[in-house]
Write a new protein. Structure first.
Length: 117
């Protein structure tokens, strides 16, 4: 699961001429995260969800897998510039700054409450 996050980032880094942390630094990052999204605290896992409404052919989404989020998108995947987050958190952060993402999460919880289900 973690290997996929690193290899995906490495491919994007090579495509775009960005720097990429070493495998040893990536292991440090994984250890730092301790199995949790560094922004939300949600655990990482490989749960797949079928998303039928996105295209003619349904596909699987893996929102809880780990993903490397670059803090400064002008820089590469350097150890000091990344955090390990859930895939869907990273998707939201590609359009929103942290503070807007946090406001959106607070508004959702205020309207719907907190639930374990």
């Amino acid at each position: 699961m973690y290997r996929r996050a690193y290899s995906g980032a490495k491919g994007r880094a090579n495509e775009n001429g960005w720097t990429i942390m070493s495998k040893e630094e990536f292991v440090q990052l994984v250890n730092r995260a301790g199995g949790y999204c560094e922004l939300t605290g949600r655990t990482f896992d490989d749960t797949a969800y079928t998303v039928p409404w996105r295209s003619k052919k349904p596909f699987k989404s893996y929102p809880w897998r780990p993903s490397l989020d670059r803090l400064d998108n002008m820089r590469g995947y350097e150890f000091e510039n990344v955090r390990l987050v859930n895939v869907e958190v990273n998707a939201a952060l590609s359009y929103l700054p942290d503070e807007v993402f946090a406001e959106m999460c607070r508004a959702y919880v205020a309207k719907h409450g907190m639930s374990d289900s």
